[in-house]
Design a protein around this ligand. Structure first.
Ligand code: ADP
Length: 553
């Protein structure tokens, strides 16, 4: 089997104008970025004769390599179209942090990929750079404001707006800026986050149009005054300048799969330290133009899918019609205690034990009342006994289960899943909200922690308790919560695999993100700037004189 990049290199792509035409967009309705990428001009007019069905792909708790959600998503989109169900895929933009760090690209794998793979995984149409520039322009404007008149009395010790970059760069987690004397600004301690975890990224993903984006930027709280009053971007009159920097980034990007399925890739927040869903505009555009929109949310269903249901869905104004939970033999065995290096072997006892992880995700998704199917993402190393054990487990629970061979066979290997998904979307769903926005932030965190994670209770640090009181006084307590938590565990401790229960979940701090429209709750020691591993993916990349690349996976 060839590597992902070798398969992608051999793809015969169709001109992007042809892909656009398939979904009813003329050349005037797209802005071309070369031959195979385009931005979609907004607003898009809805096609009233479409079915507008929405399918959400999520997964169990993954191994560090990922469990093939994107791969299954792409295979599913291809299979739906092959079977004559007009489908658009909507997914997230890769961040260069994981691409050069642990995980490699995020454009699917094997014969279920989105292309041009190298472009999408690297600079693509520049959205992440635009977001980084917008974020850092705001940071520079704030520091300049403090150095000049500082009429509002912004306290340099209480600035919460950080700089960002799209790199895993642990040395920038904590920095001191403004050193070197009077002309270099006011010294203060701050830090960098990764762009994918920034409020600017969340704003791009949750805005419904350019003016909504501007309104949201205006609501960003950059810090507090000496008498502890919050200061917003609108008070400083910077929102237009920042919005100008995002005027193109807000437009969704159109590309294609290896099988030429139209794919909208836009926005890329991580699901552990951010809200983990592609943009509302991308999903909405797909819904307007297709019978079926298949989309994903990051990491396991405890993170991405919960945030899809409780954050993105409220803005999108559309509940999913079906949910696909991707499970792999490997990750269930890992959750059951098998060693990471040893997952190619059969481990039936560990698989049995790890099944508790899948079963909790099933129960959690059933809580929302949306029809669901488990997709076993098939690896060549899976044995029949292993696959059978997962299938039997699901059938005992009365849950539909299908094996998907998206990686090895593309859409052809994913047609059974496609048929199941189409039939699920015909069923009546009875959506239930997990929590009401009227609940306090503490109650919202407690609901997610006890109902979704399986915690017994939640412990809020002294700082977090102080913040809860402050947020209530400021009237910020009616927003959803976005919990930043490890992707490997239901708990806040990444070594607790499987499906632990009766544990205490710890919140150390809250961060108000009023522009995004949620309150971030930082759990355990979760950090918003990742680091690189001992042997980052970057070490194994090559490029030759013709520009040919290897090692992007
Ligand atoms: P996720 O979206 O869950 O993070 P991806 O779809 O990005 O996962 O897949 C992660 C990696 O695993 C990719 O390099 C992909 O090629 C590989 N992969 C996914 N599914 C399979 C499979 N069934 N067999 C072999 N490799 C796979």
């Amino acid at each position: 089997m060839m590597t992902d990049i070798e398969i992608a290199d051999q793809a015969k792509m169709q001109p992007i104008t042809e892909i656009a035409a398939k979904i009813g967009l003329s050349e005037d309705e797209i802005e071309q970025y070369g031959k195979y990428k385009a931005k979609i001009t907004l607003p898009v007019t809805a096609h009233p004769d479409k079915k507008h069905k929405l399918v959400l792909v999520t997964s169990i708790n993954p191994t560090p390599a990922g469990e093939g959600k994107s791969t299954v998503l792409v295979g599913l989109g291809d299979a739906m179209n092959q079977l004559g169900h007009q489908t658009i895929i909507a997914m997230r933009e890769p961040s260069m942090g994981p691409v050069f760090g642990i995980k490699g690209g995020a454009t699917g794998g094997g014969y279920s990929q989105v292309v041009p793979m190298e472009d999408i995984n690297l600079h693509f149409t520049g959205d992440l750079h635009a977001l980084t520039s917008a974020n850092n322009t705001l940071a520079a404007l704030v520091d300049n404001y403090i150095m000049r008149d500082n009429q509002l009395g912004l306290d340099p010790r209480r600035i919460i707006w950080k700089r960002v970059e799209d790199v895993n760069d642990r040395v920038l987690r904590n920095v001191v800026t403004g050193l070197g004397g009077i002309m270099q600004g006011v010294p203060r301690q701050t830090g960098f986050d990764i762009t994918a975890a920034s409020e600017m990224m969340a704003i791009l993903c949750l805005s419904t149009d350019l003016m909504d984006l501007k309104r949201r930027v205006g609501k960003i709280v950059v810090g507090y005054t000496y008498d502890k009053q919050p200061v917003t971007v609108a008070q400083l009159h910077f929102e237009d300048a920042i919005t100008i920097l995002l005027k193109d980034a807000i437009k969704p990007n159109l590309v294609q799969t290896l099988d030429h399925t139209p794919t909208i890739i836009h926005g890329g927040p991580f699901a552990n330290i951010a809200h983990g869903c592609n943009s509302v505009l991308a999903t909405k555009t797909a819904l307007q133009l297709a019978d079926y929109t298949v989309t994903e949310s990051g990491f396991g269903a405890d993170l991405g899918a919960e945030k899809f249901m409780d954050i993105k869905r409220r803005v999108l104004g559309k509940n999913p019609d079906a949910v696909v939970i991707v499970a792999t033999v490997r990750a269930l065995e890992y959750n059951g205690g098998a060693e990471l290096a040893d997952l190619k072997e059969e481990h039936l006892p560990e698989l049995k034990k790890g099944m508790a992880n899948l079963n909790r995700h099933i129960k959690n998704m059933q809580r929302y009342g949306v029809p669901l199917v488990v997709a076993i993402n098939h690896f060549v190393t899976d044995t029949d006994a292993e696959v059978q054990m997962i299938a039997d487990n699901c059938r005992q629970l009365g849950v539909n289960v299908v094996t998907a061979d998206a990686w090895a066979k593309g859409g052809a290997g994913t047609q059974d899943l496609a048929r199941e998904v189409v039939s699920l979307t015909e069923q009546k769903s009875d959506f239930h909200e997990l929590y009401s926005l009227d609940a306090s932030p503490a109650e919202k965190v407690e609901t997610v922690a006890t109902k979704i994670y399986g915690a017994q209770d939640v412990e809020f640090s002294r700082k977090a308790q102080r913040q809860l009181k402050q947020f209530a006084d400021l009237g910020w307590d009616k927003l959803p919560v976005c919990i930043a938590k490890t992707q490997y565990s239901f708990t806040d401790d990444q070594t607790q695999l499987g499906a632990p229960s009766d544990f205490t979940f710890h919140i150390r701090e809250f961060v108000p993100k009023l522009g995004a429209g949620f309150i971030v709750a930082l759990a355990g020691n979760m950090m918003t700037m990742p680091g690189l591993s001992k042997v980052p993916a970057a070490v194994n990349m090559t490029i030759d004189k013709d520009g040919k690349i290897t090692g992007l996976f």
